[in-house]
Structures are given as structure tokens and as C-alpha cells.
Design a protein around this ligand. Structure first.
Ligand code: NAD
Ligand code: DAU
Length: 360
């Protein structure tokens, strides 16, 4: 059995990936480490089929804590590391950048050093080892109305979050160039799907609309994001983990570009139809103060991963969105239970008017 270490496996994409891995790789043992910040929840890993749950172990570990990470490596001897753990929300990075540097940059360096220590053999690296850095299209900065990011687009991050991810990506490549560590980097566009924390656009809008609360659209709402269902992202990550050339970078994106305001209106219409509630209405939309430094447009050219690894998105956006809406409607208990005091404190301090249950 191969052992895969998944960092941040109690978060949105990490928990979806853990499910995907357990289901598609019956020969894999999965070790999750996660600090369980406000964004990480063990509830995201519950209800696994019993045959799969036995292959999963969870450890509450901060990736920036080198002795704790070293202990995990010596105990479990993972051959792959899939590194999701991060502070991931742009708005939070604007108010509290320090923790983004600590987790996203120092945490990545700690993991890379643990890999070096654990995987080194006299003439290179243990067979089949790989460190997969799960990164973001935001490291490329912002686009005008035309063009798409390729893997050769220069890094030009513009928020503390994306700067910390770009720094981590560069460290990963530096460990490959300097020590030859077998690594791969993926840069994905905006994900949506089940288990996403309701600070992010789609689950936040679903939650607010279900509660007949205002839907805060930043600025003019004409910023463009390129949406991908989380299952498609997980499939791409598995292909990269198993087949990527050491030192390679892959962009991942759904090719579904949409303005935020258009997406919010679509969500409202779909939700209104599904719950048959006329109070779920576009009248709930409020244009609020824009995010400082708000990136205008992201769009991904994912041809490399298509050509080299045969990946294509399989979930059509209309279908993925409807499934996602239905999932949140069926999981309102989950939605409310993960809204912690820590999360509310941040909104009280920085976005009083937009806090859940308070926007008006
Ligand atoms: P998330 O915020 O939902 O989950 C992050 C997880 O990391 C949480 O479980 C949290 O507890 C954990 N974590 C945070 N700090 C930690 C630390 N110091 N030590 C250990 N665990 C820690 O994030 P997500 O949306 O699932 O994103 C996962 C990764 O994918 C991130 O690296 C993000 O940059 C990247 N990414 C996200 C998207 C997206 O659309 N959400 C797109 C592209 C890339
Ligand atoms: O592109 C990949 C990135 O996508 C990931 O690296 C990040 O981890 C992830 O959070 C996401 O970043 P965004 O900033 O694009 O996602 P968010 O859901 O916060 O916002 C999506 C868009 O919607 C963005 O243009 C800001 C806008 N927005 C967001 C919120 C939360 C609003 O208009 N209103 C809101 O209340």
C-alpha cells in the first residue's frame, strides 16, 4: 500500500480529494494533517464508507510546526504529499496577512524540508516520491478582457494571499532546481462544490439567499472568474500526482468564465426554482464596497494538462451548479454548524455589516 500525506484535508478541496483518493485508489492509505482552523472541519470527513474509513487517519498538526511534521513523516513514511493546507481567503489576507505568510510560506518550507529528509537515498530520491503543491491561478495576477493564463505567464500576485502562494510555488521550484526534489505544481481556477466554507462566493450566496438575507456583490460585480467543479479539480490532481514529470507545472481550469453579477443572478434563479420560494429574489442583491485591489479577470489555458495527461473537465457548469445548490439545501445543518465563533469574530471586526445573519 502506498501512503499519501494530505495536508489541509479537512478543508473544502482537501476533503473532496480525500474522498476521491479513497474511492479511486483502493491501495492507498491516506494520512491527513490539518490544524483545524475556522476553515477546517472534521465534519467534512465524516460518513465515509466503512471500507474506506479504515484507510484514513487524521492528525491535528500545524504544517509550520517542524517537529510535529517530522514526527508524522517518521511514523507514516508517506511517498506522496498533496499540499492543500493554506489560509485561502483573499478578504482575510487583506486584514490579517501575517498568518498567510506563516502557513502558506513557512508551512510549505517545513514540508519540503521534511520530504528532503525522509526521501533522500544515496543516489537521489526514493522511487515514486512526489510533493504536489496545490496552487492557484491568482499567482498570475489579473487579466484584461482578452487572453488566458498559461504556465509561462509571469507570476504577478496582487493580494497578500496570492503573494504568499506565489512565494510558496517559487520555494517548491527552488527545491527542485537546487536539490532535485521531485515536485509538481498545479494552478487551478475558482472551485465550487460541496463542503466549501460559506465565506466564499457561491456557498455564501446560497446561504444568504436561503435565509432571505442580502447578497453582497463587491463593486460593480463585473469581475470575471473561471469556475471548475471540485471533482474535476480532484481528478486533475490525481493525474498529476501519479504521472507528472518532476519539476512540472500544470494549469487547471474549467473554461467557464462568468461575471460575478451574472453568476449571482443565475444562483438566485436556480435556488428560487428548487426551493419554490418567491422571497429568494434578485432584490436581495446589494452592491457593496469593492475588495481593495480586486483582480478583474482570471481565465486559464489548461491545454498542457489536456495534451500531456489527457485531463478534461467532465462536469458541465449548469449541472454542477444545480447539484451544488441541492447539496447545500440538503446540508443546512452542516452549513450552520461550521460557522464558528472565530469566523464570526473576524466578520464582526472587519465586515460588521456583512457578517452572517447580520447583513442588511
Ligand atoms: P480551505 O480554506 O477550505 O481549507 C484549508 C484547510 O487548510 C483547512 O482545513 C484548514 O484547517 C487547513 N489549514 C490552514 N492552516 C493550516 C496550518 N497552518 N496547518 C495545517 N492545516 C492548516 O481551502 P480550499 O479552498 O480547500 O483550498 C485548498 C488549497 O487549494 C489551498 O492551498 C488553496 O490555495 C488552493 N486553491 C483553492 C482554490 C479554490 O477555489 N478554493 C482554487 C485553486 C487553488
Ligand atoms: O482563483 C482561485 C482562487 O479562488 C483561490 O485561490 C482562492 O483560495 C479562492 O478563495 C478563490 O478566490 P476568489 O477571491 O476568486 O474567491 P471568492 O469566492 O472570495 O470571490 C469570488 C468573486 O466574488 C471575487 O471576484 C470576489 C467576489 N465576491 C466575493 C464574496 C465573498 C463578492 O462579490 N461578494 C462576496 O461576498
Amino acid at each position: 500500500m502506498t501512503t499519501v500525506l494530505v495536508t489541509g484535508g479537512a478543508g473544502f478541496i482537501g476533503s473532496n480529494y480525500v474522498r476521491h483518493l479513497l474511492e479511486t485508489e483502493p491501495g492507498a492509505k491516506v494520512v491527513v494533517i490539518d490544524k483545524l482552523t475556522y476553515a477546517g472541519n472534521l465534519a467534512n470527513l465524516r460518513d465515509l464508507p466503512s471500507g474506506q474509513a479504515g484507510r484514513l487517519s487524521f492528525h491535528k498538526v500545524d504544517v509550520a510546526d517542524a517537529p510535529a511534521v517530522a514526527e508524522v513523516f517518521s511514523r507514516f513514511q508517506p511517498r506522496s504529499v498533496v499540499h492543500f493546507a493554506a489560509e485561502s481567503h483573499v478578504d482575510r489576507s487583506i486584514h490579517e496577512p501575517q498568518v498567510f505568510l506563516k502557513t502558506n510560506v513557512v508551512g510549505t518550507q517545513v514540508l519540503l524540508d521534511a520530504c528532503r529528509e525522509s526521501w533522500k537515498v544515496s543516489d537521489g530520491w526514493q522511487e515514486g516520491t512526489v510533493f504536489l503543491q496545490v496552487s492557484t491561478d491568482e499567482v498570475y495576477g489579473t487579466l484584461g478582457p482578452e487572453g488566458r493564463f498559461t504556465e509561462d505567464t509571469p507570476l504577478a500576485p496582487r493580494s497578500p494571499y496570492s503573494a504568499s502562494k506565489a512565494a510558496a510555488d517559487m520555494l517548491v521550484m527552488a527545491y527542485h532546481n537546487t536539490y532535485g526534489l521531485p515536485v509538481a505544481v498545479t494552478r487551478c481556477s475558482n472551485n465550487y462544490g460541496p463542503y466549501q466554507f460559506p465565506e466564499k462566493l457561491i456557498p455564501l450566496m446560497i446561504r444568504n439567499a436561503l435565509n432571505h438575507e442580502p447578497l453582497p456583490v463587491y463593486g460593480d460585480g463585473r469581475q470575471v472568474r473561471d469556475w471548475l467543479h471540485v471533482e474535476d479539480h480532484c481528478r486533475a490532481l490525481e493525474l498529476v500526482r501519479r504521472r507528472a514529470r518532476p519539476g512540472s507545472v500544470y494549469n487547471i481550469g474549467g473554461g467557464t468564465e462568468m461575471e460575478n453579477i451574472e453568476l449571482v443572478k443565475l444562483l438566485v434563479a436556480k435556488l428560487r426554482e428548487v426551493v419554490a420560494d418567491t422571497a429568494v429574489d434578485e432584490g436581495l442583491i446589494r452592491h457593496v464596497t469593492d475588495r481593495p485591489g480586486h483582480d478583474r479577470r482570471y481565465a486559464i489555458d489548461a491545454s498542457r494538462i489536456g495534451d500531456e495527461l489527457g485531463w478534461r473537465p467532465q462536469v458541465a457548469f449548469a449541472d454542477g451548479l444545480e447539484r451544488t445548490i441541492r447539496w447545500y439545501i440538503e446540508h443546512t445543518d452542516w452549513l450552520e454548524s461550521i460557522i464558528s465563533g472565530e469566523y464570526m469574530d473576524f466578520y464582526e471586526k472587519n465586515y460588521r455589516d456583512l457578517a452572517p445573519g447580520r447583513a442588511g
